[in-house]
Design a binder for this molecule. Structure first.
Ligand SMILES: *Cc1c(COP(=O)(O)O)cnc(C)c1O
Length: 374
């Protein structure tokens, strides 16, 4: 090679492991020549987007020659009314990933640290390292805990030092599905110094059931000025392909996040779709019901098969398949089912399966039973 660019890259980027997305359906179709593929790999809404969101996109289409509203006024106004927070508390993102990255850009430098748990969402180490900051990874709960492999808030708190600027907490967490209960999360928020931004990532918030005691941190947004709550339209709202998410924070934090985000980070179709989706209670309720039924069905399958699983408050289930999860993943691919191996998350014997429609779950169950028998 005449030129080696690797040493020229920023230090954090040199050793960065890129995010590994779920395998796209089109890729499996190309590779295996399969049709009738079931993708349960990326926690997408199996019902698709709200019809109201689709109509809003169609209506917005003729205007795509124009730049989008860089301030996202209408979506912010709708969110503000819905959540009971001022518009100045909102930051919109090209997916909530984008907001997480803005937090890193606004608050982390090579002098600083970000703290998060083992088995936490993969974007936290990526945004931390890309900015050249140091990641402190706190030990997760042990396997025999009520929330196995879930966040240990005491361990996270103990990892926070004078150099810590940000801590990322996912509630519920992906890929484990585990969650934090009201008293422990509140105690944690009260224990963290105000100089540390606490990001509570609530990507699966809409799927949480009341009896789980899994709170939204939004209730404490006025009490803790260092709290940033992130949410997304990618999961329960079925808009993953459009990329739109948001953060709620203290207005000064929102101002800082808005300084570092790209000027037109959320496109006009996404803005229109998200505002419309927010208004479609019926679609959201139907999505929650499909998830509840599908989760029940998958749990019954696990019981019948004597498989252990991790408690999940999301739209996915992490199952202990008793052998390398990647092997099972590859066998399922041959049967036209895409699941998600989580060995890259330090969970090599698990497979993460998104809850699908009744028919999709039946396909998965049939295929998985077949693989596990062999
Ligand atoms: C899916 C997911 C997100 C959302 O990502 P988007 O960029 O909004 O699509 C954020 N956090 C967690 C934990 C997730 O699983």
């Amino acid at each position: 090679m005449t030129c080696d660019f690797l040493p020229l890259a920023a230090p954090g980027v040199r050793t960065l492991q890129p995010y590994q997305p779920g395998k796209p359906e089109s890729e499996l179709r190309r590779e295996y020549g399969l049709s009738h593929i079931v993708k349960l790999a990326s926690n997408e809404n199996p019902l698709g987007p709200s019809p109201k969101a689709l109509a809003a996109v169609r209506e917005a289409l003729p205007d795509i020659a124009r730049y989008p509203d860089g301030n996202g006024f209408e979506l912010k106004a709708a969110l503000s009314a819905r959540l009971g927070v001022p518009m100045a508390a909102l930051t919109l993102g090209n997916g909530s990933n984008d907001v997480l990255e803005s937090v890193a850009r606004a608050f982390l430098t090579s002098e600083h640290e970000a703290v998060f748990s083992e088995h936490a969402f993969a974007v936290y180490p990526i945004v931390t390292q890309a900015i050249g900051a140091t990641a402190r990874v706190a030990k997760a709960n042990p396997p025999d805990h009520e929330m196995p492999y879930g966040h240990d808030l005491a361990a996270i708190r103990a990892s926070i030092s004078d150099r810590t600027r940000v801590t990322f907490v996912a509630n519920p967490n992906n890929p484990t599905g585990t969650w934090l209960k009201t008293a422990e999360l509140e105690g944690f928020l009260a224990s963290v110094p105000e100089s540390v931004i606490v990001v509570v990532d609530e990507a699966y918030f809409e799927y949480v059931e009341a009896e789980m005691d899994c709170p939204s941190a939004l209730r404490w947004i006025d009490r803790f000025p260092n709290l940033v709550v992130t949410r997304t339209f990618s999961k329960a709202y079925g808009l993953a392909g459009l990329r739109v998410g948001y953060a709620v924070s203290h207005p000064q934090v929102a101002d800082l996040l808005n300084r570092v985000r790209e000027p037109f980070n959320v496109n006009s179709l996404a803005l229109a779709a998200a505002a419309a989706a927010l208004d479609d209670f019926e679609h959201l309720e139907r999505s929650r019901a499909v998830n509840r039924d599908g989760m029940k069905c998958l749990l019954e399958f696990c019981r019948r098969q004597n498989l252990a699983w991790l408690p999940s408050a999301g739209n996915f289930l992490c199952i202990d398949v008793g052998r390398p999860g990647r092997e099972v993943f590859l066998e399922l691919l041959k049967r036209g089912v895409i699941a998600r191996p989580v060995d890259n998350y330090g969970l090599p014997r698990f497979l993460r399966i998104s809850i699908g429609t009744e028919a999709e779950n039946a396909r998965l169950i049939d295929a998985l039973a077949g693989v596990l028998k062999s």
